[in-house]
Write a protein that binds this ligand. Structure first.
Ligand SMILES: Nc1ncnc2c1ncn2[C@@H]1O[C@H](COP(=O)(O)OP(=O)(O)OP(=O)(O)O)[C@@H](O)[C@H]1O
Ligand SMILES: [Mg+2]
Length: 250
Protein backbone atom coordinates (compact mmCIF):
# COMPACT_ATOMS: atom_id res chain seq x y z
CA UNK A 1 0.00 0.00 0.00
CA UNK A 2 1.87 3.07 -1.28
CA UNK A 3 0.66 6.60 -0.52
CA UNK A 4 1.66 9.45 -2.83
CA UNK A 5 1.80 12.52 -0.60
CA UNK A 6 2.89 16.15 -0.64
CA UNK A 7 2.80 19.16 1.62
CA UNK A 8 1.98 21.67 -1.08
CA UNK A 9 -0.85 21.18 -3.55
CA UNK A 10 -0.56 20.94 -7.32
CA UNK A 11 2.88 19.32 -7.37
CA UNK A 12 1.85 16.27 -9.40
CA UNK A 13 0.46 13.58 -7.04
CA UNK A 14 -2.56 12.63 -9.12
CA UNK A 15 -0.51 12.65 -12.32
CA UNK A 16 2.06 10.34 -10.73
CA UNK A 17 -0.55 7.95 -9.29
CA UNK A 18 -2.39 7.65 -12.64
CA UNK A 19 0.84 7.06 -14.55
CA UNK A 20 2.58 4.75 -12.08
CA UNK A 21 -0.58 2.64 -11.87
CA UNK A 22 -0.85 2.51 -15.66
CA UNK A 23 2.73 1.54 -16.36
CA UNK A 24 2.92 -1.00 -13.52
CA UNK A 25 -0.16 -2.62 -14.97
CA UNK A 26 0.31 -2.58 -18.74
CA UNK A 27 4.11 -2.76 -18.95
CA UNK A 28 5.13 -4.67 -15.84
CA UNK A 29 1.96 -6.82 -15.69
CA UNK A 30 1.21 -6.21 -12.02
CA UNK A 31 -2.28 -6.19 -10.60
CA UNK A 32 -2.78 -2.61 -9.50
CA UNK A 33 -5.53 -0.65 -7.79
CA UNK A 34 -5.33 3.13 -7.54
CA UNK A 35 -7.60 4.96 -5.12
CA UNK A 36 -8.64 8.62 -5.08
CA UNK A 37 -8.37 9.52 -1.40
CA UNK A 38 -8.63 13.25 -2.10
CA UNK A 39 -12.38 13.25 -1.62
CA UNK A 40 -12.89 17.02 -1.28
CA UNK A 41 -11.16 17.88 -4.56
CA UNK A 42 -11.12 14.57 -6.41
CA UNK A 43 -9.40 14.49 -9.79
CA UNK A 44 -8.16 10.96 -10.42
CA UNK A 45 -11.25 9.82 -12.35
CA UNK A 46 -11.19 13.06 -14.36
CA UNK A 47 -7.57 12.54 -15.34
CA UNK A 48 -8.46 9.11 -16.69
CA UNK A 49 -11.66 10.11 -18.46
CA UNK A 50 -13.83 8.18 -16.01
CA UNK A 51 -16.85 10.37 -15.59
CA UNK A 52 -19.66 7.85 -15.25
CA UNK A 53 -18.91 6.17 -11.96
CA UNK A 54 -22.17 5.71 -10.04
CA UNK A 55 -20.45 3.97 -7.11
CA UNK A 56 -17.47 5.82 -5.66
CA UNK A 57 -15.19 5.67 -2.60
CA UNK A 58 -17.67 8.01 -0.89
CA UNK A 59 -20.38 5.30 -0.83
CA UNK A 60 -17.89 2.72 0.38
CA UNK A 61 -16.82 5.02 3.24
CA UNK A 62 -20.48 5.51 4.12
CA UNK A 63 -20.84 1.73 4.33
CA UNK A 64 -23.48 1.72 1.56
CA UNK A 65 -21.43 -0.21 -0.99
CA UNK A 66 -18.62 -2.77 -1.14
CA UNK A 67 -15.18 -1.75 -2.42
CA UNK A 68 -15.56 -4.14 -5.36
CA UNK A 69 -18.50 -2.11 -6.72
CA UNK A 70 -16.41 1.10 -6.70
CA UNK A 71 -13.60 -0.39 -8.82
CA UNK A 72 -13.54 0.45 -12.50
CA UNK A 73 -11.40 -1.14 -15.21
CA UNK A 74 -8.98 1.13 -17.04
CA UNK A 75 -7.71 0.16 -20.50
CA UNK A 76 -4.18 -0.28 -19.10
CA UNK A 77 -5.46 -3.12 -16.92
CA UNK A 78 -5.34 -1.27 -13.61
CA UNK A 79 -8.43 -0.79 -11.48
CA UNK A 80 -9.47 2.68 -10.40
CA UNK A 81 -11.48 3.65 -7.33
CA UNK A 82 -12.70 7.21 -7.95
CA UNK A 83 -14.13 9.62 -5.42
CA UNK A 84 -17.36 11.44 -6.18
CA UNK A 85 -17.26 14.78 -8.01
CA UNK A 86 -20.55 15.94 -6.44
CA UNK A 87 -20.49 18.20 -3.38
CA UNK A 88 -23.60 16.52 -1.94
CA UNK A 89 -21.74 13.19 -1.80
CA UNK A 90 -19.45 14.58 0.90
CA UNK A 91 -22.30 14.70 3.38
CA UNK A 92 -21.67 12.38 6.31
CA UNK A 93 -18.48 10.97 4.77
CA UNK A 94 -15.55 10.55 7.12
CA UNK A 95 -12.32 9.39 5.52
CA UNK A 96 -10.42 9.05 8.80
CA UNK A 97 -10.94 5.29 8.92
CA UNK A 98 -9.86 4.78 5.34
CA UNK A 99 -7.51 2.07 6.58
CA UNK A 100 -10.42 -0.21 7.55
CA UNK A 101 -12.20 0.48 4.27
CA UNK A 102 -9.31 -0.50 2.06
CA UNK A 103 -7.77 -3.30 4.13
CA UNK A 104 -9.61 -5.91 2.01
CA UNK A 105 -7.46 -4.92 -0.95
CA UNK A 106 -4.45 -6.51 0.76
CA UNK A 107 -3.57 -9.92 -0.61
CA UNK A 108 -5.78 -9.60 -3.70
CA UNK A 109 -3.64 -6.99 -5.42
CA UNK A 110 0.11 -6.66 -6.05
CA UNK A 111 0.18 -2.89 -5.56
CA UNK A 112 -2.33 -0.40 -4.15
CA UNK A 113 -1.53 3.28 -4.69
CA UNK A 114 -3.35 5.99 -2.79
CA UNK A 115 -3.69 9.52 -4.21
CA UNK A 116 -3.66 11.88 -1.24
CA UNK A 117 -4.96 15.36 -0.58
CA UNK A 118 -2.06 17.79 -0.01
CA UNK A 119 -0.96 19.03 3.41
CA UNK A 120 -1.46 17.65 6.86
CA UNK A 121 -5.21 17.92 7.30
CA UNK A 122 -7.54 15.09 8.28
CA UNK A 123 -7.87 13.88 4.70
CA UNK A 124 -4.13 13.64 4.12
CA UNK A 125 -3.46 12.07 7.52
CA UNK A 126 -6.04 9.34 6.77
CA UNK A 127 -3.87 8.30 3.83
CA UNK A 128 -0.76 8.28 6.04
CA UNK A 129 -2.60 6.08 8.55
CA UNK A 130 -3.72 3.72 5.81
CA UNK A 131 -0.48 3.08 3.95
CA UNK A 132 2.76 1.41 4.92
CA UNK A 133 5.04 3.13 2.42
CA UNK A 134 5.02 6.64 0.97
CA UNK A 135 6.47 8.55 -1.95
CA UNK A 136 6.91 12.21 -1.10
CA UNK A 137 6.56 14.43 -4.13
CA UNK A 138 7.71 18.00 -4.51
CA UNK A 139 8.65 20.58 -7.12
CA UNK A 140 12.23 21.94 -6.99
CA UNK A 141 11.24 25.06 -5.04
CA UNK A 142 11.75 26.00 -1.40
CA UNK A 143 8.11 26.24 -0.21
CA UNK A 144 7.18 22.85 -1.58
CA UNK A 145 10.34 21.25 -0.17
CA UNK A 146 9.80 22.87 3.25
CA UNK A 147 6.34 21.34 3.36
CA UNK A 148 7.64 17.83 2.80
CA UNK A 149 10.19 18.27 5.59
CA UNK A 150 7.23 18.75 7.94
CA UNK A 151 5.37 15.89 6.33
CA UNK A 152 8.37 13.62 6.77
CA UNK A 153 8.32 14.32 10.51
CA UNK A 154 4.73 13.09 10.69
CA UNK A 155 5.64 10.07 8.57
CA UNK A 156 8.42 9.23 11.03
CA UNK A 157 6.09 9.64 14.01
CA UNK A 158 3.58 7.27 12.42
CA UNK A 159 6.30 4.71 11.66
CA UNK A 160 5.64 4.62 7.91
CA UNK A 161 8.45 3.80 5.50
CA UNK A 162 9.41 6.74 3.25
CA UNK A 163 10.42 5.31 -0.14
CA UNK A 164 12.05 8.60 -1.05
CA UNK A 165 11.43 11.92 -2.71
CA UNK A 166 10.14 12.41 -6.24
CA UNK A 167 11.30 15.72 -7.67
CA UNK A 168 8.70 16.72 -10.24
CA UNK A 169 8.56 19.40 -12.95
CA UNK A 170 12.30 19.95 -13.14
CA UNK A 171 13.39 22.21 -15.96
CA UNK A 172 17.14 22.75 -15.44
CA UNK A 173 16.70 26.41 -14.53
CA UNK A 174 19.47 27.87 -12.35
CA UNK A 175 16.99 29.08 -9.74
CA UNK A 176 15.66 25.57 -9.10
CA UNK A 177 16.85 23.49 -6.17
CA UNK A 178 19.14 20.67 -7.22
CA UNK A 179 18.56 17.05 -6.23
CA UNK A 180 21.45 17.12 -3.75
CA UNK A 181 20.09 20.28 -2.12
CA UNK A 182 16.66 18.69 -1.72
CA UNK A 183 18.24 15.57 -0.24
CA UNK A 184 20.19 17.71 2.22
CA UNK A 185 17.08 19.56 3.32
CA UNK A 186 14.66 16.63 3.57
CA UNK A 187 17.24 14.04 4.67
CA UNK A 188 15.79 11.50 2.27
CA UNK A 189 17.08 10.32 -1.11
CA UNK A 190 15.64 11.76 -4.30
CA UNK A 191 14.72 8.53 -6.10
CA UNK A 192 13.26 10.10 -9.24
CA UNK A 193 13.54 13.42 -11.08
CA UNK A 194 10.68 13.94 -13.49
CA UNK A 195 11.13 16.79 -15.97
CA UNK A 196 8.58 19.48 -16.71
CA UNK A 197 7.14 18.00 -19.87
CA UNK A 198 4.40 19.52 -22.03
CA UNK A 199 3.30 16.03 -23.01
CA UNK A 200 1.97 15.60 -19.47
CA UNK A 201 -0.52 18.41 -20.03
CA UNK A 202 -1.25 17.24 -23.57
CA UNK A 203 -2.10 13.79 -22.27
CA UNK A 204 -4.27 15.31 -19.54
CA UNK A 205 -6.32 17.12 -22.20
CA UNK A 206 -6.82 13.73 -23.87
CA UNK A 207 -7.65 12.11 -20.51
CA UNK A 208 -5.03 9.46 -21.05
CA UNK A 209 -1.86 8.74 -19.07
CA UNK A 210 1.30 10.18 -20.61
CA UNK A 211 3.03 6.80 -20.23
CA UNK A 212 0.61 5.32 -22.78
CA UNK A 213 0.09 8.45 -24.88
CA UNK A 214 3.83 9.06 -25.31
CA UNK A 215 5.85 6.29 -23.65
CA UNK A 216 9.15 7.79 -24.80
CA UNK A 217 8.51 11.35 -23.64
CA UNK A 218 10.98 12.61 -21.00
CA UNK A 219 8.42 12.40 -18.16
CA UNK A 220 7.20 8.94 -19.23
CA UNK A 221 10.73 7.54 -19.21
CA UNK A 222 11.34 8.76 -15.68
CA UNK A 223 7.98 7.52 -14.41
CA UNK A 224 8.63 4.11 -15.99
CA UNK A 225 12.06 3.96 -14.32
CA UNK A 226 10.48 4.82 -10.99
CA UNK A 227 7.82 2.11 -11.46
CA UNK A 228 10.55 -0.44 -12.24
CA UNK A 229 12.50 0.63 -9.17
CA UNK A 230 9.46 0.22 -6.93
CA UNK A 231 9.09 -3.43 -7.96
CA UNK A 232 12.82 -4.17 -8.14
CA UNK A 233 12.92 -4.60 -11.94
CA UNK A 234 15.42 -3.26 -14.44
CA UNK A 235 14.30 -0.75 -17.01
CA UNK A 236 16.57 0.96 -19.44
CA UNK A 237 14.92 4.04 -20.96
CA UNK A 238 15.05 4.01 -24.75
CA UNK A 239 18.07 6.03 -25.77
CA UNK A 240 21.30 5.71 -27.64
CA UNK A 241 22.62 2.85 -25.51
CA UNK A 242 19.52 0.68 -25.89
CA UNK A 243 19.41 1.42 -29.65
CA UNK A 244 23.06 0.33 -29.96
CA UNK A 245 22.35 -2.82 -27.89
CA UNK A 246 19.35 -3.82 -30.01
CA UNK A 247 21.39 -3.13 -33.17
CA UNK A 248 24.03 -5.62 -32.08
CA UNK A 249 21.40 -8.15 -30.95
CA UNK A 250 19.72 -8.27 -34.37
N1 LIG B 1 6.10 16.52 -14.99
C1 LIG B 1 5.15 17.37 -15.34
N2 LIG B 1 5.30 18.18 -16.41
C2 LIG B 1 4.35 19.06 -16.77
N3 LIG B 1 3.19 19.23 -16.11
C3 LIG B 1 2.96 18.45 -15.04
C4 LIG B 1 3.91 17.48 -14.59
N4 LIG B 1 3.40 16.86 -13.50
C5 LIG B 1 2.19 17.39 -13.28
N5 LIG B 1 1.91 18.36 -14.20
C6 LIG B 1 0.70 19.20 -14.29
O1 LIG B 1 0.58 19.92 -13.08
C7 LIG B 1 -0.78 20.08 -12.73
C8 LIG B 1 -0.99 19.59 -11.30
O2 LIG B 1 -0.79 18.20 -11.28
P1 LIG B 1 -1.63 17.23 -10.32
O3 LIG B 1 -3.09 17.51 -10.41
O4 LIG B 1 -1.18 15.85 -10.60
O5 LIG B 1 -1.10 17.72 -8.90
P2 LIG B 1 -1.63 17.29 -7.45
O6 LIG B 1 -0.43 17.29 -6.55
O7 LIG B 1 -2.40 16.03 -7.55
O8 LIG B 1 -2.62 18.48 -7.10
P3 LIG B 1 -3.62 18.56 -5.81
O9 LIG B 1 -2.74 18.86 -4.63
O10 LIG B 1 -4.54 19.68 -6.17
O11 LIG B 1 -4.30 17.24 -5.70
C9 LIG B 1 -1.59 19.33 -13.79
O12 LIG B 1 -2.05 20.25 -14.75
C10 LIG B 1 -0.58 18.39 -14.41
O13 LIG B 1 -0.87 18.11 -15.76
MG1 LIG C 1 -4.35 15.62 -6.89
Amino acid sequence: MIGVVSGKGGVGKTTLVANLGSVLSYKFKKSVVIVDCNITTSHLGLYLGMYYTPVTLNKVLLGEEEMGSAMYDHFTGMKVVPASLALKDLQGVDIFNLKDTIKNLFGKTDIVILDSAPGLGREAVSVLRACDEVLLITTPYVPSVMDIIKLNEVINDLGIKPLGVVLNMKSKEKYELKSGEVEGLVELPVISSIPLDKNVQRSLALKTPVVTFMPNSPASKQITSLAARLIGENYEPPGLLSRVKSFFKS
